[in-house]
Write a protein that binds this ligand. Sequence first.
Ligand code: SF4
Length: 99
Amino acid sequence: MNTLFGDDPGTDVRPSKCKGHADVPGHGPAGETCGTCRYRVTLEGGSRNFQKCELTRKYWTSGFGTDIRCKDPACRLWEPKPPLQCGDDERNGAAEHQL
Ligand code: SF4
């Protein structure tokens, strides 16, 4: 079944409790996830870390509502991480963020 915009959302799109995605999860490249995307960032928050999408930064809150999960299927804005440079944090492939 097509959406209002004429595209087929597919059959393997699972709703996510996390709402911090830049676009609809599952419409990106097959097999890719937020965890493999260059826009995923990890925020260190004391007792646990929080996964966020850089593209939604201006909407970030300190709550779960703007979190993403590494295992969420990629959206259409997914891009591969650039190769790690010496000194990069391996979890993000880029700069580490602190809350
Ligand atoms: S796939 Fe990338 S751009 Fe899309 S929501 Fe996940 S981290 Fe953000």
